[in-house]
Design a protein around this ligand. Structure first.
Ligand SMILES: [Ca+2]
Length: 385
């Protein structure tokens, strides 16, 4: 059980009220203490336990409610999407996020089943998955075939989804999920192409919601955390054309010009500054004979290769924007040029910012990414609450 403190309530205590009356059960397994006296008592007991060695470390990060996340991914291209999805499961196990849905922009029949494999492995087979339909534009994957691999005639990894074509399409799924959420509550993490979210803001009102896609996003979404573009020189190249943008430039341009909420961009330079430690892939996933995340990494490019953490950084910022893992640029506006270049122009009221990472932050970010990506499933947990 996690106990957290409400700073605004403790600053304004009600005189004479019992401690117990200030206990508010916010959600299963999670209690918020609003009593200054009880907080002091808990703090004293925690201090005693800590000094006696019974508690090894201070309490985990405090957050009122789990961050509601929609994860939009081109999973099956690079392997960082897989590590990013495993991070989200760890964060949900820690009550730091709630993964509402995974939507996929890779037009591969095995992309949906592979996400189903990962979600099932982490004990959450009911998380909705939305998939674009297969197309000629698809590039073959190095690891999605893990969804079909068998040992002695039996599937190595459990799943229910047979092919992406059997899953809902992303746009109606996104509309249905968003309209059920409280206003200004959802953080969308986009770590692939812009196709799904550009299509979402293009939708008209329907039986699910009378709002257009753009108005629905404006009402329900508080932040878009996107891995795309480049906002520093990449080597000597000051006009770097980043993969997620150039694969669907029309959609990227539409989103950049019309998306109605704040956007924080994790540029190409952030992920390459934090290579994922190969030793983690070799050692941290060996708690089971077959681990789909590690096996995907090996099939993509095995250790000692250390893959950049592009998509993982977008997840880390999305869930912990207040933890100073990164600095933010000044506000401005990102425009996508005709060739796919992401041009940032500072503007005081601008919608966009991009991540900045200094040398002191890199070790801390790397440690967080490793610990989250390699955290084992929590027994008995499902997304069914
Ligand atoms: Ca990706």
């Amino acid at each position: 059980m996690k106990i957290s403190f409400s700073a605004e309530a403790s600053a304004n205590p009600v005189p004479g009220q019992d401690c117990e009356a200030w206990l508010v059960h916010r959600m299963p397994g999670r209690v918020v203490c609003r009593s200054p006296r009880l907080k002091a008592l808990i703090g004293f007991v925690a201090l005693l336990l800590t000094s006696s060695g019974l508690l090894a470390a201070p309490a985990s990060p405090i957050q009122d409610t789990p961050v509601k996340i929609i994860f939009d991914t081109d999973i099956g291209n690079d392997v960082d999407d897989v590590l990013a999805l495993s991070m989200l499961h760890a964060l949900q196990s820690r009550d730091d996020c709630e993964l509402l849905a995974v939507t996929i922009t890779k037009p591969d029949e095995l992309a949906g089943p592979f996400v189903d494999v990962i979600n099932t492995f982490y004990g959450r087979p009911k998380i909705p998955i939305g998939c674009v339909r297969p197309s000629q534009a698809n590039e073959s994957s190095k690891f999605l075939q893990l969804a079909q691999i068998k040992d002695g005639g039996w599937p190595r990894y459990a799943r229910r989804l047979n092919r992406s074509s059997d899953a809902p399409r992303p746009t109606p799924l996104l509309r249905g999920i968003l309209c059920q959420q409280p206003d200004n509550s959802v953080v969308v993490v986009q770590v692939g192409f812009f196709s799904n979210l550009a299509a979402l803001i293009e939708t008209q009102g329907d039986t699910v919601s009378t709002l257009s896609g753009r108005d629905l996003v404006r009402q329900k979404v508080k932040l878009l955390s996107v891995m795309a573009g480049a906002f520093q020189k990449i080597g000597q190249n000051d006009h770097y054309l980043e993969f997620n943008v150039v694969k669907d430039i029309p959609s990227a341009r539409k989103l950049a010009s019309e998306w109605p909420t704040p956007i924080v961009w994790s540029g190409f330079e952030i992920g390459i500054a934090v290579p994922y430690p190969a030793v983690s892939i070799e050692r941290d996933f060996s708690y089971v004979p077959h681990h789909p995340v590690a096996e995907a990494y090996y099939l993509y490019e095995p250790p000692p290769h250390e893959r950049p953490t592009w998509d993982l950084t977008a997840v880390l910022y999305a869930v912990f924007p207040e933890r100073a893992y990164f600095n933010l640029s000044s506000p401005g506006r990102v425009a996508i040029e005709a060739d796919g270049f992401t041009r940032f122009t500072a503007a005081p009221e601008g919608r966009d910012r991009y991540l900045i990472l200094n040398e002191h932050q890199i070790p801390r970010v790397k440690e967080a990414l490793v610990q989250l990506a390699s955290q084992p499933p929590t027994p008995g947990r499902t997304n069914a609450k």
